[in-house]
Design a protein around this ligand. Structure first.
Ligand SMILES: C[S@@+](CC[C@H](N)C(=O)[O-])C[C@H]1O[C@@H](n2cnc3c(N)ncnc32)[C@H](O)[C@@H]1O
Length: 245
């Protein structure tokens, strides 16, 4: 059976990602992440999914030993190219976060920038358990999502954005029963267009705490991962940190 993630992140998304504002903020995001997760030189970090490696690269620059995993082949290729260009060590793998083929040797797992909640309830739980399973004792998992309360309060049914040459028109619907934000995306570039769908489960803080516990993790903190500030109803992001004892 196909899943929306099978073709969403290839093609137009990856072109858009290069031109989007997030490509310029990776260094600052990685700085805050290092602080939240108490990463040091030599810390072993799994960045899952790593996309085009923007965060992995900054962590590697700071001396972390990074393994990145992503299911999008063009993104992984780009990440490898950027590491080579920068002359930095790092392992970038094509892989599926639902079935991580990594040993238990990490000080931290980062699931950054709205990369959680893509699947059904059981699978999302399994993904988090997979992260917990590759942590050393004392290791931390950080899962970053949008702040659901804020998103629902300022719900944007339609949005039109321009990232470089790509125009994106999104239509969003909140599925209150399944607690998912369902998106319909129209990408347009030079007279060509493509439609894609997305569906993301948005969790409350207490639901994330329960998920962490079911994965064998202890909730350490919930904050806005872009600033490190405590989580409030006005925060842009909700970043949940769990620790393996
Ligand atoms: C919103 S992007 C975030 C990427 C990266 N964390 C960042 O901050 O740039 C989500 C990523 O999830 C990847 N992805 C989607 N489904 C996946 C799966 N099953 N396994 C691994 N990666 C997946 C996509 O290819 C995409 O690169």
């Amino acid at each position: 059976m196909t899943h929306w993630t099978d073709d969403f992140f290839t093609g137009y998304w990856s072109v858009m990602q290069k031109a989007a504002p997030m490509s310029g903020v990776a260094a600052e995001e990685a700085r805050v992440l290092r602080k939240i997760l108490r990463l040091r030189k030599g810390s072993k970090v799994a960045d899952v999914p790593c996309g085009d490696g923007r965060i992995s690269l900054e962590l590697a620059r700071a001396g972390c030993r990074v393994v990145g995993v992503d299911a999008c082949e063009p993104s992984v290729r780009r990440a490898r190219r950027e590491f080579r260009k920068a002359g930095l060590p790092g392992a970038l793998h094509l892989g599926d976060m639902r079935d991580l083929q990594l040993p238990r040797e990490f000080n931290a797992v980062i699931n950054w920038w709205g990369s959680f909640g893509y699947f059904d309830e059981d699978t999302n739980r399994r993904v988090l358990k997979g992260f917990a399973d590759i942590l050393l004792p004392g290791g931390r998992v950080l899962v970053d999502q949008v702040n659901r309360e804020r998103i629902l309060r300022q719900f944007m049914k339609k949005g039109v954005f321009k990232y470089g040459e790509v125009k994106v028109t999104t239509r969003n619907r909140w599925d209150a029963k399944r607690q998912r934000i369902n998106g319909s995306w129209l990408f347009e570039r030079g007279g060509r267009r493509a439609r894609r769908r997305s569906s993301i489960r948005l969790y409350t803080p207490s639901q994330m705490e329960a998920l962490m516990e079911s994965a064998g993790l202890t909730l350490e903190r919930i904050c806005d991962g872009t600033t490190g500030l405590p989580f409030t109803r006005g925060s842009q992001r909700m970043s949940t940190v769990g620790r393996r004892l």
